[in-house]
Design a binder for this molecule. Structure first.
Ligand SMILES: [Zn+2]
Length: 340
């Protein structure tokens, strides 16, 4: 990865006088100032740098993996460009990439460059990276997957205390005899971006059971009187959550307990659908359809009420998108979840 100016740790100045008492104190203070400055890089610089870290990692893994993962590269480019477009100040793809990289990527993957200001991404960039990492290491290699993500997150955290384009938690779900299924929390900056991606995931990405559970509460943060599809997971479904960068296990939040019927002592409610559990369980349901048969969703949802709940989410999504006049949604998602 190319480093931004000022990203490296302060290096000793070779021309500085050797540690004589006279010069020592000012040098130490200068270095302390430098370190403080380096911990607080401007967010625009961090956004740009982190976008490049993600894209570079994806290109490298795409080159090294046996499978055809080029679609994931297209998807992350589009998702990063979309988030750049709605960032304040906004970034065009050209302002995020060096000229050479821009030309090469636009030639190889033209669609993300054409569609980032009219189509919504189906998920956040870090979810695309997660899928690539899982493809590369294999679904059962949890330690390698978590270590790789940790390594990327450490690069993205450097010089900043803001969480920009990376996820803080990973969830791993499985039953006693199933594979492991992964999910990460929403890697968006700012309330609107997160809200937009939760709605987009409900419509175009998550398994229907997860979308329905989230739409039961989203966007009003309380249960709808006319639509109740939160679920009680079967007892053999295990969901473990970890902080990616520190590796420590974490408790589930109260929202996830509401959505999936999982026990927790935590009082905190993160936004419904923002946590890593949603993506991880969605992947489990897609991969292990028999788990769905044992689910006991609350049954209070006829077709008309489901449509009403979807309209509520859609209207909220459109309200959020109105805040960004450079983005004109054509009503579609990228990549198309149902290619004809
Ligand atoms: Zn949660």
């Amino acid at each position: 990865m190319e480093e931004e100016p000022g990203m490296t740790e302060p290096q000793p100045d070779r021309n500085a006088p050797r540690s004589s008492g006279l010069f020592r104190t000012p040098r130490v203070e200068e270095e302390r100032d430098d370190r403080n400055r380096i911990k607080n890089l401007p967010e625009e610089i961090v956004f740009k740098r982190n976008a490049r870290i993600l894209i570079t990692e994806m290109l490298e893994l795409n080159n090294r993996t046996q499978q055809d993962t080029s679609m994931l590269v297209e998807e992350i480019l589009h998702s990063v460009f979309f988030l750049g477009q709605i960032y304040s100040p906004s970034f065009s793809p050209r302002s995020l990439l060096d000229d050479d990289m821009f030309d090469a990527l636009e030639k190889e993957y033209p669609q993300p460059f054409q569609l980032y200001s009219t189509r919504l991404p189906r998920r956040s960039p870090f979810s695309c990276l997660l899928e690539m990492v899982v493809c590369f290491y294999g679904q059962e290699n949890e330690d390698q997957i978590r270590n790789k993500l940790k390594d990327v997150v450490h690069q993205m955290k450097e010089g900043s205390s803001s969480q920009i384009l990376f996820s803080s938690t990973i969830c791993i779900s499985h039953t006693h005899n199933s594979c492991r299924y992964y999910g990460v929390s929403m890697s968006t900056r700012g309330r609107s971006a997160g809200e937009i991606l939760v709605a987009a995931s409900c419509f175009s990405n998550w398994h229907r059971s997860v979308s329905d559970a989230v739409m039961t509460y989203y966007p009003d943060k309380q249960k709808k009187s006319y639509f109740s599809r939160n679920m009680q997971l079967p007892p053999d479904v295990k969901c473990e959550v970890f902080n990616i960068s520190e590796g420590r296990p974490m408790d589930l939040c109260r929202s996830c307990s509401d959505l999936f019927g999982l026990d927790t002592t935590v009082k905190k409610r993160w936004g419904y659908g923002h946590c890593a559990e949603a993506e991880s369980l969605s992947n489990l349901f897609k991969g292990e359809p028999r788990v769905i048969e044992q689910l006991k969703p609350e049954v209070n949802a006829n077709k008309g009420n489901r449509m009403k709940a979807k309209m509520r989410v859609l209207n909220h999504l459109k309200q959020q998108l109105k805040k960004f006049d450079t983005f004109k949604w054509d009503g579609k998602f990228y990549p198309n979840p149902n290619p004809k």
